[in-house]
Design a protein around this ligand. Structure first.
Ligand code: GDP
Ligand code: MG
Length: 223
C-alpha cells in the first residue's frame, strides 16, 4: 500500500478517474466541502484536495487527486496509479459511453496500479431522469473487476459521504492487514536472524554436526 509518513502523520492517496464531465470534481467538492456548483468549472491539470479522517484513533490525511485533461485513458501518468491507495472510477449513469469507457480505465488500473489498491466503481448523477445504465449493469461490471460499487448524486448529496466512508474503511482494513503482515515478516526474519546468530556463535562445529545428523537420519530411514 502506498502511504507517506511525515513525522507521525499518515497520508493516503486516492485517485479519481473517469471520462470528462462525469462529475468527478463535483463528487470531490461535495465530499470535501459539502458544496455543489452547477456551473461546469473545468479542472485544470491535476487538482488535489485533502480531508483528515481518523484511523486507529489517529488523524490521517486522505489526499484526493482529481484529474483533468488526462480524461482519456492512456493520458494519465502511470505514477498517479502507482501512488494510489484507493482509486475511484466514475461514470455517468446517463451516459452510456462513459460506462463503456470505464472498461478502458479498468485496464489502466490493472496495468499500472498496485495489486492491493482499493477500487471503487461509482455511477454518478442519479438525480437526473435520463438514466441509461442500470444499477445492475454497474454492479455486475464492478463485481467482475474486483471493485466496490456505489451510485451517487453530488447534486442531491446522495451516496457521496457513504462512498468515501466505505473507501476509508477499506483503506483502514487494508492498512491493518498490511501492518500485521509486516509485523509477522519482521518477527520471522528476527527469528531467522537469531538462528543464524546461533549457528555463527557456536561455530562451524555446529554446522558440521547438523549436516552429520541429517545424513545419519537419512541413512537410518533408507536402511
Ligand atoms: N444533475 C447533476 N449534475 C451533476 C452532478 N455532478 C456533476 N454534475 C454536473 O456535470 C457537469 C460536469 O461535472 P464535473 O464535476 O465538472 O465533471 P468532471 O469533468 O468529471 O470533473 C457539471 O455541469 C456539473 O454541475 C450530479 O450529481 N447531478
Ligand atoms: Mg473535473
Amino acid at each position: 500500500m502506498n502511504t507517506s509518513s511525515k513525522k507521525d502523520s499518515l497520508t493516503f492517496n486516492v485517485l479519481i478517474i473517469g471520462d470528462s464531465g462525469v462529475g468527478k470534481t463535483a463528487l470531490l467538492v461535495r465530499f470535501c466541502d459539502d458544496e455543489y456548483n452547477p456551473a461546469n468549472i473545468s479542472t485544470v491539470g491535476i487538482d488535489c484536495k485533502s480531508k483528515s479522517v481518523k484511523l486507529e484513533g489517529k488523524e490521517v490525511k486522505i489526499q484526493l487527486w482529481d484529474t483533468a485533461g488526462q480524461e482519456r485513458y492512456g493520458k494519465l501518468s502511470y505514477t498517479y496509479y502507482k501512488k494510489a491507495t484507493g482509486i475511484i472510477l466514475a461514470y455517468d449513469v446517463n451516459d452510456r459511453k462513459s460506462f463503456s469507457n470505464a472498461k478502458g480505465w479498468m485496464e489502466q488500473i490493472k496495468t499500472y496500479a498496485n495489486a492491493d489498491v482499493i477500487k471503487f466503481l461509482v455511477g454518478t448523477k442519479i438525480d437526473l431522469s435520463d438514466r441509461v445504465v442500470s444499477i445492475n449493469e454497474g454492479r455486475k461490471l464492478a463485481g467482475a473487476n474486483g471493485m466496490i460499487f456505489a451510485e451517487t448524486s453530488a447534486k442531491e448529496k446522495y451516496g457521496v459521504a457513504e462512498t468515501f466512508e466505505e473507501l476509508v474503511k477499506e483503506i483502514q482494513k487494508n492498512f491493518i492487514a498490511k501492518k500485521e503482515a509486516t509485523e509477522i515478516e519482521k518477527n520471522q526474519s528476527r527469528q531467522e536472524g537469531d538462528n543464524v546468530e546461533d549457528l555463527a556463535m557456536q561455530g562451524s562445529g555446529r554446522i558440521r554436526l547438523t549436516t552429520f545428523k541429517g545424513k545419519k537420519e537419512q541413512k537410518g530411514c533408507c536402511n
